[in-house]
Design a protein around this ligand. Structure first.
Ligand SMILES: [Zn+2]
Length: 222
């Protein structure tokens, strides 16, 4: 029986990937990482999305090492506005090593589950310049995991080359719009979303270009 493990943050992209995986694999599990992110609402969204999608197992794993290393706006160690320019010209929302660590931990659980297929919503189009979201990084990491686990690990990245609008269209095609009503994107951590932060603006642009109403806003407008 085909099985996949989806790395689920509770955001739009990983939720779209979950819908994608549900269409392609008989069994889907999901893993979420609690790395001390400032906005705890994301974790609650991941639980809700996983439940609504009917995944077999969903686990939230605590990874407090990134917060211990400090210096990042997403983990609340600096008071800077999320999305502003940070070290090395990268946005200050870049958490060094985050995806490398998460994919490795996901692969470790997948190995125990007997699952070889991992799914992640990383994307190098329309993205903020995170080097650990690039296709090259994921291809190299897949190779490292294959060697290190002696297993035919496959990292699926369905959103890698999609624009935000294409990503919305994909969610629609995969029947995932309902799930997007339960996601969190806002960098300000607000529900309803603030509508003004870089994350809200990018999300709004994607839905507008795709000509689709954001199910989250529709739901909250009740
Ligand atoms: Zn916002």
């Amino acid at each position: 029986m085909s099985a996949a493990l989806v790395v689920l943050s509770g955001g739009q992209d990983s939720t779209t990937c979950l819908a994608w995986a549900k269409k392609r694999f008989a069994v889907v599990d999901a893993i979420t990482f609690d790395y001390g992110q400032r906005h705890r609402v994301e974790l609650a969204c991941a639980v809700e999305v996983a439940r609504r999608a009917g995944v077999r197992q969903h686990r939230t794993i605590t990874v407090d090492s990134l917060k211990q290393l400090g210096g990042n706006t997403l983990t609340g160690d600096t008071g800077a506005a999320l999305g502003a320019s940070g070290a090395g010209g990268l946005p200050n929302t870049f958490v060094p090593g985050r995806n490398l660590l998460f994919m490795t931990l996901a692969a470790a659980w997948a190995w125990q589950l007997g699952t070889r297929d991992l799914v992640t919503g990383v994307c190098q189009t329309d993205y903020s310049g995170y080097p650990d979201c690039r296709a090259d990084t994921m291809v190299a990491l897949q190779q490292a995991l294959r060697l290190g686990l002696e297993a035919e690990v496959v990292i699926h990245t369905p959103l890698m080359h999609l624009s935000k609008a294409d990503s919305v269209r994909l969610a629609q095609a995969e029947g995932g719009l309902e799930l997007l009503a339960w996601t969190h994107t806002c960098y300000a951590g607000q529900v309803p979303p603030c509508g003004a932060c870089p994350a809200c603006l990018l999300r709004a642009k994607g839905f507008a270009e795709a000509g689709v109403a954001d199910p989250l806003l529709v739901r909250l407008a009740g």
